[in-house]
Design a protein. Structure first.
Length: 258
């Protein structure tokens, strides 16, 4: 017997998105991260009052994709710009969206000081272990032994240093209220990532201080992998190097029920 086909709508574009097609490579999970943010802003009814700050990197064009107010910050300066915006417009929800080259390399000072000051804003940090936009150079997050265009024999920690774990590091700062790491490599982890993004925005909406969600993300183009292999690389290589978990959840944030 033929199965009846339902006409019920099971998917629609989140209202926080414009109609602009994204420029991301096939299999890149930047788009997944964008989707989760747009869904959360819609669910929290925050689209009209949110201001995003885009970085330099593949997500530089984020301002074209979100149907919220958006500005673009020079390399790494997004947390400083977000600080200024939040101080002038404290009733707005302000978030930065930054890659690891932007946040952990040239912008290291800005992120540490914004977190240390306990600014009431949200940072979404995309860790794909390389500088994606400029051709896959080594980032502070590149794994030991990982080949990039500037570590062609694999990152040698003797000469090129060790990876920096941003979530763990920022969680040590008193100004931080919510600091967690999630991954985008499969549906279960994507759901957990969405919950964390929601918690981060809830933290800010309640005026509870600085929140950051680090998301392990793919870069199939610069990793030289198929999209499927890139997801496996995140699961098998990145998660062990960057363990998922809650690095800091202030008592006031732990009470939030969503
Ligand atoms: C002040 C400044 N320095 C350097 C650059 C060059 N630049 C543009 S994008 C980029 C890489 C950013 O990579 P990442 O933050 O890891 O993001 P991804 O592209 O991987 O998402 C660099 C170095 C720039 N545009 N401006
Ligand atoms: S270069 Fe990498 S990070 Fe940039 S869009 Fe392509 S896959 Fe994504």
């Amino acid at each position: 017997m033929a199965t009846a086909i339902s006409n019920n709508l099971v998917y629609e574009r989140p209202k926080g998105f414009t109609e602009t097609p994204t420029h991301y490579c096939p299999g890149c999970t930047h788009g997944v991260a964008h989707h989760l943010i747009a869904e959360v802003l819609q669910e929290m009814d925050l689209i009209e009052k949110t201001i995003g700050v885009a970085p330099v990197g593949c997500s530089v064009f984020a301002y074209n994709y979100f149907d919220t107010d958006f500005v673009e910050a020079p390399h790494g300066r997004a947390p400083a710009m977000a600080t200024g915006i939040k101080h002038v417009l404290p009733d707005r929800i302000v978030f930065t969206y930054q890659g690891d080259g932007d946040l952990a390399s040239i912008g290291m000072g800005e992120i540490v000081h914004a977190a240390g000051r306990g600014e009431n804003l949200t940072v979404i940090f995309i860790n794909n272990a390389n500088f994606g936009m400029t051709g896959g150079q080594m980032a502070p997050t590149t794994l030991p032994g990982m080949k990039t265009t500037s570590s062609v024999k694999g990152r040698d920690v003797e000469t090129q240093g060790f990876p920096i774990r941003m979530a763990e590091m920022l969680a040590t700062l008193d100004g931080v209220s919510y600091c967690v790491r999630r991954s985008l490599h499969d549906p279960k982890n994507i759901r957990l990532a969405k919950k964390a993004i929601r918690m981060a925005f809830e933290t800010q909406a309640r005026g509870l201080g600085f929140s950051m969600v680090e998301l392990l993300s793919t870069c199939p183009t610069n990793w030289g992998m198929t999209p499927v292999d890139a997801l496996k690389f995140v699961e098998e290589q990145m998660v062990p190097a960057y363990p998922l978990g809650d690095y800091k959840v202030a008592a006031s944030v732990a009470e939030i029920k969503i």
